[in-house]
Design a protein around this ligand. Sequence first.
Ligand SMILES: [Zn+2]
Ligand SMILES: [Zn+2]
Length: 383
Amino acid sequence: MSGPEQAPTAPAQAGPAGPTAAPVTVRALVARGAGADLRVERVRLPAPGPGELRVTIRAAGVCHSDLSMVNGTLAARFPLVLGHEATGVVAEAGPGSRLAVGTPVVLNWAPACRTCWWCRHDEPWLCAANTAPTVARGETDDGIPLHLTLGLGALAEAVVVPESAVIPIPAGLPPERAALLGCAVLTGVGAVGNTARVAPGEAVAVIGLGGVGLAVLTAARRAGATTILAIDVAEAKRDLALAAGATDFLLSDDRLSKEVRARTEGRGVDHAFECVGRAATIRAAWRLTRRGGAVTVVGMGAKDDMVSLGALDIFHSARTLRSSVYGSSDPDREVPELARAALDGTLDLSPLVSGVVTLDEAPAAFDRLARGEGARWVVSFPD
Ligand SMILES: [Zn+2]
Ligand SMILES: [Zn+2]
């Protein structure tokens, strides 16, 4: 897989990190089993093979899907490095790689193969090559084979990934914002623009105000929606929601339907976005949506959490219920666009970042995420 003769073939590279062609040891956030405490451990990554890159991570977000890996919602394998939303710079290029050392990048947790039926039919977010929640690579310091969340394991000082999982971005974005482009922002912006196609003047409701829900609010505002209702169980989300673009904040309680109808001339919203991933909130989103409107499920739920809808209701309401996987996006094209929008100020990511922490503080950030505190917590890695 690697050898001393494998010099990087990237053009014009002059980065300080030359070829090592040997495994590297880095610190990473590891779960040893389902429900186990998260710990920072030293892990060994292989040298990048043909078509692979080692990326030094600058910042990585703490996303709910990582929590789903550890709490048993998703079928993960252990020991597992968490993290799938990150930015960094190319540190070492395997043979045949196109990217130069030093290139700033965002990681892509669903790289498209470009050859399967879905890729050929312009639906790369459904690529048949991306089905495993975890991928085996590297080993722990005590020699146990390691698994990586969504093929990345990005809550680590570095990752070794296929070049297809790396998206070059323009330089200049603060890393704690650039990291979010790889999951929360792409997912939220894509759900609004690609999946639901929200139009100017429409009314939108967003249930669940974590990083993705807040990104949906921001995207709905950019799309020209005029009524943007942010809904959560925690009153503490009110200020975050208004900063992200909501026109109103509503508590998710038994008055919710009435409150939404009072703000939509009695009809309900044109688009509801469910950003929790639970049957109860999918039902709530359905009830808030007008006849002929659309419910977009953005949250990833558990396979045994069943949603029940009446057959007559489905017919009479004429609503559409669908999901948005990775924002129905082509990350290779859309992440650089989003990076440029963030750089020129037309996409404001600052309301999405609640705080920046160190890798050692990441377990506490996951506790805060589990309690629903804040927007996005981002782990920053020193240069
Ligand atoms: Zn995520
Ligand atoms: Zn494919």
